[in-house]
Write a protein that binds this ligand. Structure first.
Ligand SMILES: Nc1ncnc2c1ncn2[C@@H]1O[C@H](COP(=O)(O)OP(=O)(O)O)[C@@H](O)[C@H]1O
Ligand SMILES: Nc1ccn([C@H]2C[C@H](O)[C@@H](COP(=O)(O)OP(=O)(O)O)O2)c(=O)n1
Length: 539
C-alpha cells in the first residue's frame, strides 16, 4: 500500500519527471502497478544485490521490518537509501555495519490495509515523517547532506518532518502508535470472553454499537506480519507501555467499584485534557502548520447534523461550470438539513490568496510553489474555510472574501491551483474530514470520482454551453459585476470545460454509477425534485 501510494505521489508530483522502478514480490502486485501505470520498470522478486545495475538515484525500501533487517547488509548501492519501517533500532543497527548511504525514515501514515490495490493517492500529504539522525539519544551520527536530501524528498511529497534518534523514536512510537494497535486487538479479543455480546449483536438488524467502538476497533485487523515484526523489533518499549496501561486499567476498575462515582467527572476531564495535548486544536487533523486552510474548518455546531454514531452521508454533484451544481446543492442541503460544501469556491479562495501573495503577473509555476514554501509559513498568510448558517465562508487573514473569489481574474487563474496535486490533496482532505463529521452535499468536478468515490449518491449535471453562458451572464449582471458579451462568455466557459476535462488529476468526468441530469431545459426546482426522487429518502 505504502509503496504504491509513493509511486502514485511521485507520478503525480508537479516537478518529478524521473523514472520509477518498482520492486515487488508477487505477480499480483506487479499486475496492479502495471494496470495503474505507476512504474516504468517493474521487477518481480529480484535478488536485492542486483539492484545496483539499474543505477538508481534514490532508493526507498518498503518491506516489513524483519525483511529490511535481512536485506540491508546485502545491498550494494551508492545513492541515498531510506526506508519506511515503523520500528527503528533494529533497522539502524542492521544498516550500521554496511557502506550504504542510509538514513531511515518513518512516514507515519501506514494503515490497516495492504497491497497496491489499497493505495491512497494523497497518503503522505500533511502527515508526519520522522527522519532518523542516529542510534543513541542526542548523538547525530548521519551525514548532514544525506539527512537533508532524505528530508527534502518527503517534504516534496507534502510531509512534515521531524528528526529523532532511533532509541527515542522506538520508545515514543511504542506509546503513541504500536501500543494502541495492540490494545485495539485486545479489546476485540475481550468480546470472545462474553459470547452473548457477539451473538446478540449478530441477531440484531443493525450493529448494537455506536461509532465509538468502530473507532476503537478500526486498527484491530492490521496486517499480522507487519505487527509480528513490530513486536519482535520493539518488544521492550511496547511491553512497558502495555504494563502501564494495565496499571491504569486497575485504577479505573478500583474507582469504578467504589460507590462514589463523582471521580468519573474528574477522570474524564483529565483524559480529555490529555487527548487535547496529543491532538489539540492546533495539531488536529490536517497538520495545520502549512497554514493554508488551517484546521479551523469545522462546521459551526448548529449545522452539524447527525451524531457521532450516524453513518456519514455524502451526496456528490459534479458537472461543468454553470450547469447549476451550487444552486441545486444549496437547495438540497437546506431541504435535507445538511451542509453544502462548494469545492470550486475553495479552489477559488486558494487562487485569490496566492494572487494576493504573488501579484497578478505571477507564473503558474510560482503559484505551484507557494504550497510547499508555506512550511513553516514564511509568508504569514492564513486561509480558513468556515460555515455559518449553511453558508461556506472563506477568510484570508480573518477577512471574509465574499465575492472577491468570483472575479474573472480569479477564474482565469484557478487552473494554476487546480492543476497541482498538492492543492488538490489539501482540498480533498478538508472535504473528507468534514464528511467524516457531518452529512454533506458536495459540488465540484471530481467529487464522485476522486474525493468520495464510494458514496452511493452521485449525480452529474450538464447543460449546453450556450445555456450555461447565458446563465453566467445573467448572474454577473445581477450581482453588479462587469459582464462580457455572450460570445466571449461562451468561449471562456468552453475553454474552462476543456481545462477541467483534460486536467491530469481530478479531471471532470461522469463518475461511474452517477445519475445524469441535463439541466438545459429544466428549471432548478425540477432538478432538485428529480434528485430528491432518485434518493427516495435513502440519503
Ligand atoms: N436548472 C436551471 N435553470 C436555470 N438556471 C439555473 C438552473 N440551475 C442553475 N441556474 C442558474 O445558473 C447560474 C449558474 O448556476 P450555478 O449553480 O452557479 O452553477 P455551477 O455551480 O454548476 O457553476 C446561477 O445563476 C443559477 O441561478
Ligand atoms: N472539485 C473541483 C471543483 C472545482 N475545480 C476547479 C475547476 C473549476 O473550473 C474551478 C471553479 O469551480 P466552480 O465550481 O467555482 O466553477 P463555476 O462556479 O462553475 O465557475 O475550480 C476543480 O478543479 N475541482
Amino acid at each position: 500500500m505504502m509503496g504504491a501510494s509513493l509511486a502514485h505521489a511521485l507520478r503525480h508530483h508537479a516537478h518529478f519527471s524521473g523514472e520509477i522502478i518498482a520492486v515487488v514480490r508477487s505477480d499480483r502486485s506487479a499486475a496492479a502497478l502495471r494496470e495503474k501505470g505507476l512504474a516504468d520498470t517493474i521487477l518481480v522478486d529480484v535478488d536485492p544485490t542486483t539492484l545496483a545495475q539499474y543505477n538508481p538515484d534514490f532508493v526507498v525500501l518498503g518491506t516489513p521490518v524483519l525483511s529490511l533487517v535481512e536485506m540491508l547488509p546485502l545491498l550494494r548501492l551508492d545513492c541515498p537509501v531510506t526506508d519506511m519501517g515503523s520500528t527503528r533500532l533494529a533497522i539502524e543497527r542492521a544498516a550500521r555495519g554496511t557502506t550504504l548511504r542510509f538514513a531511515g525514515s518513518h512516514p507515519m501514515c501506514g494503515s490497516e490495509n495492504s497491497g497496491p490495490e489499497a493505495l491512497v493517492p494523497d497518503l503522505f500529504v500533511n502527515r508526519l515523517c520522522i527522519i532518523i539522525n542516529g542510534i543513541e539519544e542526542a548523538v547525530v551520527d548521519r551525514d548532514a547532506d544525506l539527512l537533508d536530501s532524505i528530508e527534502t524528498f518527503w517534504k516534496e511529497l507534502g510531509m512534515h518532518t521531524f528528526r529523532l534518534d532511533a532509541t527515542t523514536h522506538d520508545r515514543i512510537v511504542a506509546g503513541l502508535s504500536h501500543g494502541p494497535h495492540f490494545l485495539s486487538s485486545a479489546l476485540a479479543m475481550t468480546y470472545l470472553s462474553d459470547p452473548l455480546l457477539l451473538a446478540k449483536n449478530e441477531e440484531s438488524p443493525c450493529a448494537i454499537t455506536g461509532g465509538g467502538l468502530r473507532d476503537m476497533l478500526r486498527i484491530a485487523g492490521s496486517n499480522p506480519v507487519m505487527w509480528r515484526d513490530i513486536l519482535a523489533t520493539n518488544q521492550r518499549p511496547i511491553v512497558d507501555f502495555l504494563k502501564s496501561f494495565r496499571n491504569e486499567l486497575d485504577t479505573l476498575i478500583q474507582n469504578a467499584e467504589r460507590s462514589d462515582t463523582d471521580w468519573v467527572l474528574t477522570y474524564q476531564g483529565r483524559a480529555h485534557e490529555v487527548r487535547d495535548r496529543i491532538y489539540g486544536n492546533a495539531r488536529m487533523g490536517n497538520g495545520s502548520s502549512a497554514n493554508l486552510i488551517p484546521a479551523t474548518h469545522e462546521a459551526s455546531s448548529s449545522l452539524v447534523v447527525g451524531s457521532e454514531n450516524a453513518k456519514p452521508r455524502i451526496l456528490s454533484l459534479d458537472g461543468p461550470a454553470g450547469s447549476g451544481k451550487s444552486t441545486v446543492a444549496g437547495i438540497i442541503a437546506r431541504r435535507l438539513g445538511c451542509l453544502h460544501a462548494d469545492s470550486g469556491a475553495i479552489y477559488r479562495s486558494l487562487t485569490y490568496a496566492c494572487m494576493q501573495l504573488l501579484g497578478e503577473q505571477a507564473s503558474p509555476e510560482e503559484f505551484g510553489r507557494v504550497f510547499l514554501e508555506q512550511t513553516p509559513d514564511p509568508h504569514g498568510f492564513a486561509l480558513r474555510v468556515d460555515y455559518d448558517n449553511g453558508k461556506q465562508l472563506h477568510y484570508l487573514n480573518e477577512e471574509e472574501l465574499g465575492l472577491k473569489i468570483r472575479t474573472p481574474s480569479v477564474t482565469a487563474r484557478i487552473r494554476y491551483i487546480a492543476d497541482h496535486a498538492q492543492y488538490r490533496n489539501r482540498v480533498n482532505e478538508l472535504l473528507r474530514e468534514l464528511g467524516a463529521k457531518t452529512a454533506l452535499i458536495v459540488d465540484g468536478r471530481d467529487i464522485g470520482t476522486v474525493v468520495f468515490p464510494d458514496t452511493p449518491f452521485k449525480f452529474y449535471l450538464d447543460a449546453a454551453v450556450r445555456t450555461r453562458a447565458e446563465r453566467r451572464r445573467k448572474e454577473l449582471i445581477e450581482s453588479g459585476m462587469e459582464a462580457p458579451s455572450l460570445e466571449e462568455l461562451e468561449k471562456q466557459i468552453a475553454d474552462r470545460d476543456e481545462q477541467d476535462r483534460n486536467r491530469k488529476i481530478g479531471a471532470l468526468q461522469i463518475p461511474p454509477g452517477a445519475i445524469l441530469i441535463d439541466t438545459s431545459n429544466i428549471d432548478r426546482d425540477m432538478v432538485v425534485s428529480g434528485i430528491l426522487a432518485h434518493l427516495q429518502e435513502q440519503f
